[in-house]
Design a protein around this ligand. Structure first.
Ligand SMILES: NC(=O)c1ccc[n+]([C@@H]2O[C@H](COP(=O)([O-])OP(=O)(O)OC[C@H]3O[C@@H](n4cnc5c(N)ncnc54)[C@H](OP(=O)(O)O)[C@@H]3O)[C@@H](O)[C@H]2O)c1
Length: 428
């Protein structure tokens, strides 16, 4: 007996998957307890060079041929995007095949439809590579942490933006200069907005929070701000206080409601996530019993992501051999409320340009107090027209902070709000 694989896509991830299946075939057979055999590969073009040398009759430009093939047991979807990936996966399930996918966009937007199809067919749907590339995070969430309650997940889940912020932090360069460097190193997509504006991180956070809180969270539930407005001044202000600026994906569950958001934030340099540099990713999990955990590694690239895909294939092969089925959908709390961003509990660092006259501090403090935002620390620099106030708030709702900022802008003593950024991971 062997477990027969049909691969949809042979690009960065699919190519690495095919190569690992070929080079490590003997080891994989021992690990799975059965041979794993690549049978068919669907691509768009038959003339592109590929990292594996397979017989001509294994290649096809018709992915439907693969999902309908009775000789295929497991379909691996690494085409990406919503269509035709979704319909191909649904067809694979209706033909009794197990599915492995790395497709965060599909899972974060239409996960329910795909999960329901897996349930209806009684087959496995595994997606370890969809978040954090080579970092094992889906299986630990589903299996290892099944005995705990996850309270909070905080991650750096986009390598491109982490590289840009690392370069800005190290050199003082602007966002545009760091983006150009990322581009020259091949770290950006053709359209960089999915990374820069936080869409990619929001999709990954939707998947992570669905698993962490057993809730149904979709990409559209995640409040999102990108990094294009982060300035060198924001970063040097953060450094002065002993902080780094990171694009964070944060999800919390409290009072039966989920809050999920992606935005740039200041993080104390002593926080484990602050040391995650360049294109590396990490997910920091706070469990009720386990306390703090961190999963760190390469969040993208053929080798790391292909190894996660092959890990899923091995798990399915073991399940087939044992006549078992893996864990299905874990979104038991499908009615969990999603908190609007205004209700999210956050802290802010704010820099105000103020006129240096008696009563300025009192008028500013009065606005914070009237919105029930308390101030954790305040520092004044300069005098006369150049006076600057730097404040860090205690935790209050996003809505209360926003109302505060609007009213501060209306004070005659406040010239401008020079900078404002959320603060995470700092003791109150
Ligand atoms: N790249 C990463 O580091 C990474 C990390 C984590 C997750 N992922 C996810 O993995 C998936 C694949 O990403 P990738 O970077 O490997 O993409 P990619 O390099 O663009 O590869 C896509 C592959 O799909 C094939 N393809 C596209 N449309 C097709 C169609 N209609 N029929 C048959 N084949 C088709 C392409 O064929 P041709 O080669 O002939 O064009 C190509 O081989 C995506 O969901 C992505 O989000 C990627």
């Amino acid at each position: 007996m062997s477990v027969r694989i049909g691969l949809l896509g042979c690009g960065i991830v699919g190519g690495a998957t095919a190569r690992i299946l070929e080079v490590h075939a003997a080891e994989l057979q021992q690990r799975a307890g059965t041979a794993i055999e690549l049978r068919k590969v669907a691509v768009r073009s038959l003339s592109k060079p590929r990292p594996v040398d397979l017989p001509a009759d294994m290649w096809t430009t018709d992915p439907w041929e693969v999902v309908k093939d009775p000789e295929i047991d497991v379909v691996v979807e690494v085409i990406g995007g919503i269509e035709p990936a979704k319909d191909l996966i649904l067809e694979a399930f209706s033909n009794g095949k197990h599915v492995v996918t790395a497709n965060k966009e599909l899972l974060a937007n239409l996960g329910k439809e795909v999960m329901d199809a897996a349930e209806a067919s009684g087959k496995d749907l595994l997606f370890e590579a969809s978040v954090g590339g080579g970092i094992p995070i889906i299986r630990p969430m589903k299996e290892s942490l099944a005995g705990d309650r996850v309270r909070r997940v905080m991650g750096i889940v986009n390598g491109t933006t982490n590289f840009i912020l690392t370069r800005m932090s190290d050199t003082g360069m602007t966002f545009a200069e760091a983006l150009a460097e990322a581009d020259s190193l091949g770290y950006t997509e053709m359209d960089p907005s999915a990374d820069i504006e936080g869409f990619d991180a929001a999709s990954k956070l939707a998947i992570l929070s669905s698993l962490a809180f057993n809730a149904r969270v979709i990409a559209g539930d995640v409040a999102r701000e990108g990094i294009s407005r982060v300035t060198p001044a924001d970063i040097s202000a953060a450094h002065e206080l002993g902080y780094e600026v990171k694009l964070l994906a944060v999800a919390e569950m409290d009072d039966g409601a989920v809050s999920a958001r992606v935005h740039p934030a200041m993080l104390p340099k002593t926080h484990p996530l602050a040391s995650v540099r360049d294109v590396y990713n990490a997910v920091f999990v706070e469990g009720e019993q386990t306390g703090e955990l961190m999963f760190f590694g390469r969040g993208a690239g053929g080798g790391p992501t292909g190894s996660a895909v092959v890990g899923d294939i091995v798990e399915i092969a073991r399940n087939i051999r044992n006549g078992a089925r893996g864990i299905g959908c874990t979104c038991y709390h499908s009615a969990a409320r999603i908190r609007p961003m205004d209700e999210a509990k956050v802290r802010y660092y704010v820099v105000l340009s103020v006129t240096d006259q008696p009563g300025v501090l009192a008028s500013v403090a009065g606005v914070f107090a009237s919105n029930e935002v308390s101030i954790a620390s305040v520092r004044q620099e300069g005098a006369g027209d150049e006076a600057t106030l730097m404040l860090i708030t205690h935790t209050a709702t996003e809505g209360a902070h926003r109302a505060t900022f609007v009213q501060l802008g209306e004070l005659s003593t406040v010239r401008s709000i020079m900078s404002s950024m959320r603060v995470e991971g700092a003791p109150e």
